[in-house]
Write a protein that binds this ligand. Structure first.
Ligand SMILES: Cc1ncc(COP(=O)(O)O)c(C=O)c1O
Length: 406
């Protein structure tokens, strides 16, 4: 028995594929392709390993799941049941998080665009923190907080200094002055946290190091002006859990601790807002080869409309029908959108024999595929959730019409 794609819930046993102990053939009998499959146990395992590793290094460590990675209610409910908070970027996401039962004191709201209605709902529900990307937003938040007789906790998103990043505040003397003035003028806000998010799919520990450096730089700069933070939020950016092993995660936790020790700062409370790490490798597509073309090109019945490049997933492809055969023959894989741009992989190691109707498993599609998907005119796939040998259909385009937020 061997893992497929490093995922302990995807097993190949000679010619058979098992998905959380369900034979793939049974799934194929019941469902047509394309089918999107989620593995509940994998989400729970990923959360537990992440939380355990950071809890070992930090007291009061907190975690907020970035709903934008995957806001399917059934997926969010699993995350919520593990005691994780929610990080939301929009009004529909906030409504969803509240409806699904995330406790408001574990919800943080942040986006470059904080519309009044989003601020108002956040304050009415006494959510934990609002993250600002611009000091000017403090005035608006203060006015709304005053109306609801509340002092709103604020997190400041600083620019991570990543090349060309436009997100977050780059502090200079003028901006520090403006912040000082806002703090002394506005009585209905309290600055509690600082956030720096560096990027997505950070495979390299140096990227985390740069993010911590940027945070320490900002903390020291603001401390000179007597501006303190109780909490440091390092954002997300972790790759799929099968791509970043637990030793690497542990090294990152230790690195953060050492960085604070080296600085003259007291180690604050640490938080993260991961998305991909929790859910990325819990999702896989079951698709099939619809056409075999010249020069070892195959076309499969998903494409960039539902498995978009923008999602930056670590896609892995397996010929499920010939799973026991060696996957060592370079093959290029196209999707079904009628454009030459719909390429899923080039020169990918696949089986020698390329046959129409063979089933193809595409792994690591749990994060951002649905949220970045678009409405190219194909019907959406059925989505199932597997847990302990049971299959639950969580989305059926024939009845549910659409999985997007409203
Ligand atoms: C501020 C912030 N936090 C968290 C995340 C989640 O990132 P990931 O899913 O890569 O962990 C993102 C993603 O873009 C983000 O911009």
């Amino acid at each position: 028995m061997k893992n497929i794609s490093g995922n302990p819930y995807l097993i190949r046993n000679n010619g058979e594929v098992l998905i959380d102990s369900i034979p793939l053939d049974k799934i194929i009998e019941k469902y047509e392709t394309p089918l999107l499959i989620f593995l509940e146990k994998r989400i729970r395992d990923n959360i537990k390993s992440f939380v355990n590793i950071f809890n070992e290094e930090f007291e009061n460590f907190q975690c907020f799941y970035s709903l934008k990675a995957n806001f399917l209610p059934d997926i969010c409910k699993i995350v919520c049941s593990e005691g994780i908070g929610a990080k939301v970027v929009s009004l529909p996401e906030l409504k969803l998080a509240l409806k699904l039962g995330f406790s408001p004191d574990k919800i943080i709201v942040g986006s470059p665009y904080l519309q009044d209605a989003l601020i108002e709902l956040s304050i009415k529900n006494r959510i934990k923190e609002i993250i600002i990307y611009s000091i000017k937003d403090l005035k608006k938040i203060n006015t709304i907080a005053q109306k609801f007789n509340h002092v709103q906790n604020i997190c400041i998103r600083v620019n991570s200094q990543k090349y060309e990043s436009k997100l977050g505040i780059k502090f200079d003397e003028a901006k520090i002055k403006l912040l000082e003035k806002s703090i002394s003028t506005y009585e209905n806000i309290k600055i509690t946290s600082i956030l720096s998010h560096f990027g997505t799919q950070m495979n390299n520990i140096e990227q985390f190091e740069k993010n911590i450096k940027s945070l320490v730089f900002n903390l020291e700069l603001l401390l000179k002006h007597d501006i303190f933070f109780e909490n440091v939020n390092l954002g997300g950016g972790f790759p799929e859990a099968t791509v970043m092993d637990q030793n690497q995660l542990k090294k990152i936790a230790e690195l953060i601790k050492i960085s604070f020790k080296k600085s003259n700062l007291k180690c604050p409370k640490i938080s993260f807002e991961p998305g991909r790490y929790f859910v990325g490798d819990s999702g896989l597509f079951l698709s099939k080869i619809v056409k075999v073309s010249e020069d070892r090109w195959i076309f499969i019945d998903i494409g960039n409309h539902i498995c978009p490049k923008f999602a930056r997933c670590s896609l892995r492809f397996y010929n499920a029908t010939q799973i026991a055969e060696p996957h060592k023959y370079k093959t290029s894989i196209a999707g079904i959108i009628p454009t030459d741009q719909d390429v899923l992989a080039k020169n990918y190691f696949f089986t020698q024999d390329l046959r129409e109707e063979d089933n193809v498993i595409v792994t690591n599609t749990g994060a951002y595929c649905l949220t970045f998907s678009n409405r190219f005119p194909y019907s959406l796939p059925i989505i199932i959730l597997i847990e302990g040998g049971k299959i639950k259909k969580i989305f059926d385009p024939n009845f549910d019409k659409d999985f997007s937020l409203n």
